[in-house]
Write a protein that binds this ligand. Structure first.
Ligand code: ZN
Length: 318
């Protein structure tokens, strides 16, 4: 009996006895109504998670990672502090094709057939406005230089008005591209930023054109694009797709001078498979994200190429 009373007395006295100097001692929160009976007062999982996510973002910022609209990451991931951004790409990108594009960004095309253009892109409408500011009156020097380069490459393009959306989608100086060279059409016309158009034209000249001749035995005449600028978030995420910045191009098929059209994901001959693989491997580097059939269900029928900002020299290719 005395022993029990003594123990109780110590239990009551002990915390007070530590005094006010023990500042580092975490203050237990009271047990909340939702806690299970006997729950120890401690940080909830959610609280831990959000702290961890903040820490992770801070670490990224310190590392000087370029931000292409990819942070903050919405899901707390307390267990994987060292996980690289690139590893997040496949699931994050997985649903890129599902949310619908704005009609003005890319008019519905016959044959699109995926039903993905039908519902309004209202995912971000409830968020506070992220409307980009109006672009300056004068075109920046890098945009001017890019256009000069496009002309050298033989790219056919037209200027378009600034693209800006309260969801944060933004292309200050978009262009509509209808050919990547004098010989290679891009159809239908694709709206993107100039840097993406330049990279696509160079990639076509350096890789797609020579590989089509060498592997498929006929000259490339046209590339079918399945998506370029589209204002939409990634699937299951608040992050915007690279498509929302005119920074991505989806390619669905290649048409040759002999009349053949080889579609991504519908390869039937060995040479066609070889051609697709060669394109895909070569794209990793010139583009910083390369996805396609096998990456996930949403990329079964096209290559996704983008210029997401990453650490210098790094690319995510799957
Ligand atoms: Zn894409």
């Amino acid at each position: 009996m005395w022993a029990v009373l003594f123990a109780l007395a110590m239990a009551v006295v002990a915390p007070a006895a530590r005094g006010a100097d023990d500042v580092p001692t975490p203050q237990p929160r009271p047990v909340r109504s939702g806690d299970p009976p006997g729950a120890t007062p401690r940080e909830s999982e959610a609280e831990k998670g959000s702290k961890s996510a903040e820490g992770e973002k801070g670490a990224k910022d310190e590392a000087g990672l370029p931000d292409a609209g990819e942070v903050p990451r919405p899901e707390p991931r307390p267990d994987q502090p060292g996980e690289t951004k690139a590893e997040d790409e496949p699931p994050a990108d997985a649903g890129k094709e599902e949310p619908s594009p704005k009609p003005e960004a890319r008019p519905d095309r016959p044959g699109d057939g995926e039903g993905k253009d039908e519902s309004p892109a209202d995912a971000g409408k409830a968020e506070p406005s992220l409307m980009p500011p109006p672009r300056p009156a004068e075109m920046p020097a890098e945009e001017t230089a890019c256009r000069a380069r496009l002309k050298e490459l033989g790219v056919a393009f037209e200027e378009r008005p600034q693209l800006a959306d309260a969801a944060g989608c933004s292309v200050p100086w978009p262009i509509a591209v209808s050919a990547l060279s004098k010989d290679v059409a891009l159809a239908p016309e694709a709206v993107m930023n100039c840097a993406t158009a330049q990279r696509a034209a160079e990639f076509s000249r350096d890789h797609i054109v020579p590989k089509a001749s060498a592997i498929l035995g006929s000259a490339l005449t046209s590339i079918r694009q399945d998506s370029a600028y589209v204002c939409r978030p990634r699937h299951g995420s608040a992050k915007l797709s690279e498509h929302a910045f005119g920074n991505a191009l989806d390619i669905g098929a290649f048409t040759l001078k002999d009349g053949r059209t080889v579609e991504v994901g519908k390869v039937s001959k060995r040479q066609e498979g070889e051609f697709m693989l060669a394109i895909r491997l070569a794209a990793c580097g010139p583009f910083t994200t390369v996805l396609g059939p096998g990456s996930d269900a949403d990329h079964a029928s096209h290559f996704h190429f983008d210029l997401a900002a990453r650490r210098k020299g790094s690319a995510f290719c799957q």
